[in-house]
Design a binder for this molecule. Structure first.
Ligand SMILES: Cc1ncc(COP(=O)(O)O)c(C=O)c1O
Length: 402
């Protein structure tokens, strides 16, 4: 049994960035009608086939859904994987390698438990994650009593953790590595070579690479590579890799709560056993809708076009202000506010000065040893509104900050 290292830090681990932001702005009035860029809630157009499919399957709300999902859903997901990553066509077994999730967050959270259990001899299990990071990784690690290891992901390293810098002894006691590409909050995309190195580390040291790829369909120029295709390409197998996907970002359907995990068959079997007693099923009508949503790309193209347009507006209005970094994937701007007193000060200035709400990067990160916070200088701005609102918000930022 691992020591319950994390539980004493649970409150810190679950300090919501949005609660902290509300606290920061509590005594300040917005300078103008608010525009909220703090929340990455996609607002793409809903596909029109959702309603009729739900209606046809309403009666299925009267039954418990199978935790492993409908065969049609697993097959639909496998087909999507094969279309998105042609080298994986026909390679993924829908029976043994795919599990539906009630949104990817619950899967990212609960997968940590079987990942720890499969390396039960390790006395101080460690979980690697980028810093800044999606908060569910830290909450899962703390709740499972493992030790979180925050790998700084700053501009000098392309906003991804430096894989060469990870200590060998640490790798031996690592049970899982959460890797987010395209990354939230910076929008960095891991290259094939980077993913190959991450897969190789996972296989060599026998930990799980949890590839969080929920932003993979929101890209600027070309589709980002995926950890599963790289694993098959490099090693001919999915060993030690679990790819997490979601309809929340790809399809602009965060309220549907539908995603999946696919990869290492031995891990999927263990995860399925755990899920049977511990995790939420995807309601049957939602499973039926999800089959159709994974099969359709037209609405995904429309969403991607909206986010691209917003990034063009950012290019036009921001130029090289606030650092010159632009995301290759995701819909977030990661703006350098070091000239404006850092992320928290800038978030306050913008709210009071022009009613634009952005998220201080510090709230998505932890201090590294030595006290430096790798998100401290930045704010995250989610460009998920229509083009006119985006233009208005970015114009206000430039006028307010200069
Ligand atoms: C990096 C990242 N991973 C996972 C998720 C979870 O998304 P969902 O549970 O809606 O699939 C989010 C949502 O914001 C995210 O930003």
């Amino acid at each position: 049994m691992p020591p319950l290292l994390g539980l004493t830090h649970l409150d810190e681990a679950v300090a919501s960035p949005f609660v902290r932001l509300a606290e920061l702005l509590r005594d300040s009035e917005p300078g103008r009608t608010p525009i909220d860029l703090s929340l990455g809630q996609p607002r793409a157009v809903l596909p029109n086939f959702l309603g009729p499919i739900l209606e046809q399957n309403l009666a299925a709300f009267g039954r418990y859904p199978p935790i492993r999902g409908l065969p049609a859903l697993r097959a639909g997901i496998t087909d999507w994987i094969g279309r998105r990553y042609p080298t994986l066509a026909g390679k993924i077994d829908p029976e043994a390698q795919v599990l539906p999730l009630s949104g990817s967050r619950e899967g990212l959270f609960s997968a940590i438990f079987p990942a720890i259990a499969r390396k039960a001899k390790v006395t101080r299990p460690a979980v690697l994650m980028p810093n800044p990071f999606y908060q569910a990784y830290g909450a899962a690690t703390a709740a499972a009593g493992a030790e979180p290891v925050f790998l700084p992901a700053e501009e000098a390293a392309g906003f991804l953790p430096d894989l060469e810098a990870i200590d060998q002894a640490l790798l031996e006691r690592t049970v899982a590595f959460y890797l987010c590409s395209p990354s939230n909050p910076q929008g960095a995309v891991a290259s094939r070579a980077y993913l190959a190195k991450a897969v190789s580390l996972a296989q060599t040291h026998d930990f799980l690479l949890f590839a969080d790829e929920c932003y993979s369909e929101i890209y600027r120029h070309r589709p980002p590579p995926g950890a599963l295709e790289v694993a098959y390409g490099e090693t001919g197998s999915a060993a030690n890799v679990a790819m997490f996907q979601s309809l929340s970002k790809r399809s602009g359907l965060p309220g549907l709560r539908s995603g999946f995990v696919a990869g290492d068959p031995a891990f999927m079997a263990a995860f399925a056993r755990f899920r049977t007693v511990a995790c939420p099923q995807v309601p049957l009508p939602i499973q039926h809708v999800s089959v159709a949503v994974w099969a359709d790309e037209a609405h995904v193209d429309a969403g991607r076009a909206l986010y691209r347009r917003n990034l063009e507006i950012a290019d036009e209005l921001l130029g090289d202000r606030y650092g010159s970094w632009r995301p290759e994937g995701s819909f977030f701007l990661w703006l350098d506010m070091s000239a404006y007193g850092g992320g928290e000060a800038a978030a306050k200035t913008l709210w009071k000065g022009c009613g634009v709400k952005v998220l201080p990067g510090r709230y998505l990160a932890r201090d590294q040893a030595g006290g430096r916070n790798p998100g401290g200088d930045h704010v995250r701005a989610a460009l998920v509104h229509d083009a006119d609102t985006t233009r208005e918000a970015l114009t206000r930022i430039v006028v307010s900050l200069g």
